[in-house]
Each structure stands twice: as structure tokens, then as C-alpha cells.
Design a protein around this ligand. Sequence first.
Ligand SMILES: Cc1ncc(COP(=O)(O)O)c(C=O)c1O
Length: 402
Amino acid sequence: MTIPTDSKQVSQSHCVQPETELVQLGRDPMSHERAVNPPIQRGSTLLFDQAADLYHAGPNQPIKGYGLEGLSTQDRLCEALTQISRGMGAVLASSGLQALTLALMATTKGGDHVLLTDSSYGPTRRFCREVLGPYGVETEIYDPRIGAGIEALIQPNTSLIILESPGSLTFEIQDIPAITAVAKAHQIATLIDDTWSAGLYMKPFELGVDISMQALTKYQSGHADVLAGALITHSPKWLAKLKSMHQMLGIGTAAEEAWLTLRGLRTMGLRMAHQDKVARQIAAWLEARSEVAQVLHPALPSHPDHALWQRDFTGAGGVFSVVLKPVATAKVHAMCEAYRLFSMGFSWGGYESLALPSSLNVKRRFPSQHAQGPLMRYAIGLEAPEDLLADLEHGFSVLNDA
Ligand SMILES: Cc1ncc(COP(=O)(O)O)c(C=O)c1O
């Protein structure tokens, strides 16, 4: 048998379109017995044959020192994620939240001032308040729609601006280039939670961000059976700092989780495109319902930040929220419990549709920007749209009768 010798490892020049990239990135069949997918490589101890190398190995050294740094499976995933977001390197964590907290530890120190968007994922805010606060880092919450006005909040000790666009639950789109331009002028680091676009529909570094965080638990793994996170950067300085903090905190990501995430990436483009199309259809249908006060979906022309979304994003995925007209919580719960296809649960980005009853005013400093009423977050899965619409219709009939 002739074994082909030309390596088909992907180079940027092979990848014209994102769908092609997702198929090609992070694998090199010729380097692992010509199997299409990379192997799962497990390991803690790494062996050395030169004693001198023992203490010159590690995360920012030419050779690895220990399995916590991740072996080939994790490396393949980092390569793929880096290229999707157009960065220069990545580190993995065992959840999206762990990736966020790693980034916060690497970008702050006692005495610093941090600016955090009011629309952030709740646990980010809690970590800032309950962990960074007692270590002497002050966190100030800002209006997600502040844009270049963030300059007025900058203090001599501001070290970090945290963005999330669109925001968790409320889906405000931030003016990322306006905020990062101010940050750069003041030499302040910027960190974005880019889980919503998965690096596919938005390119954070082209918009001036320093570090992008993605919860791989969502779209990348895509099947509600993996917990993982990543920090991606285009800056050698930040990559070295993130790797160093990653080592000091002892963070490791299992090879199986990295492998499953790589496997998920192969279909992520198709899944997200389908979820995007169906979510927009459902969001438009919901907008016309008498029970609904406002649909918070940035790809709808009615969204207040639609123009910013059009400027900075190429797609929208499957998650959005709806503000219902004021109605008793018990009725909302009855509606959610009556759904046959939408299940209740946290997270999103899987193949199954989810409905999450929530509240707009939970721990928000600038809550008045939306219609007031109970909030529902919907995550659209891969079911047929007509079945999902029938389920929503059934839920409204229960809401109206309950
Ligand atoms: C916007 C956002 N960021 C981060 C996370 C955290 O991800 P993980 O569940 O992997 O910790 C989540 C989880 O729901 C999220 O919605």
C-alpha cells in the first residue's frame, strides 16, 4: 500500500469560507495514522531525555513540561479556535466560567479598577464582586450602550474593560470598536465574552479586542454533553500572561472534552446557520403575538442595536429573549411547563430547544432600557420550525387560560 506523504494539514490558504475552515482546522491525518480525526491523547507525566530540559520546559517555553498544559488533542482544538477567531493563540479551561475567571485573574491586581458591562453573564459579575472585590479590585458597572462615552468612566487605575455583545438575557449589542479605541488610547486591556457568536459570526480582534472568551459548552461542542471554555488572543503579551496564569491556577482540560469539542466544530457552521434561520423566523412570529411586549433579537430590524449588529456580525445563532406583557409568574411557569418540545434548563447552543423564564431586572443597574414584564430566553435547537411554532402556540394557550 502506498502511504501518501503530502500532509493535508490545513493552512489558511485552503480555507476560503468559514464552513470549509470548520471542516479542515485542527486535524492532520498524516501525523496520526491517516485517520480523519485526531486521537484522544491522555497524559500527566511528560518524559525528558535531557536533564537540562527539565527546568526549561513549560507553558511559555519551546517544550512542554507537564500534562496540565494540554497535549496534542488540546493543541489541535486551540489551533482551530485560534484560526476561527483570527487570533494568534488560545488556552483552554474546563468551563466557560473558568475561562472567564482565569482571564480576570490574569488581567487584574489589587488596587485596579475594572469596568464591566451591565449586560454581562451573571457569574462574571459575581466573581468580580465576591472574589476580586475582597482582593482590592473595584468593579464599576457600565451601561452596555455607552459606546465611546466609556471614556468618562476611566480612572488612572482602570486596568480592564469587560464586554459582552450581545448581552446575556437582554441582547444589547455594544459598540465594540468605539469602546476598544478608548481602551487602546488609555492602554487598558479589553476582554469580551464572545460565546454568542462562537468566533464564527464576529471577529473580536478585528474590532480591537485583546482577549476573547468563548464557552465551548455551547455551540462548539453543540450537544449539551461537554463543559469547556477557551480564551483566545491575538497578542503575544496576553497569550504569555494567560498561559502563565493557567499554569499557576492548575487548570487542565480533559483530552476527551477537547476531542468532543473538535468533533462538534465540524458541524457548528451548519447547526448555527440552521438555528439562526429558525430563530429569526420564530422571533418574527413572536413579535406579532399579543402576549409579547418586545422581542430582544439583534437581527430583527426592530432591535434598537440592529445597525450595530449588521455592521459587526455576519450571523446570529439561535438564542434570544422575549419580554412578555405583564402577567403573573405562575402563568409564565404554567406556559413553560406545558411546552412539549422546549425544555427548561440553563445553557444553550445544543441541538435541543430550551426555554428559560427569567427577569429583566435581576441585578441590573440600568434596567429601564426594555419593556417591563416577565422575560423568556429561548434557545432554538434543530427541531422543525413548524413543530416549535406549534409548541409556542400551545404554550400561549395555556398562558391565556391559566
Ligand atoms: C454568555 C455566557 N458566557 C459564559 C457562560 C459560561 O459557560 P459554562 O457553562 O461553560 O461555564 C455561559 C453559560 O451559560 C454564558 O451564557
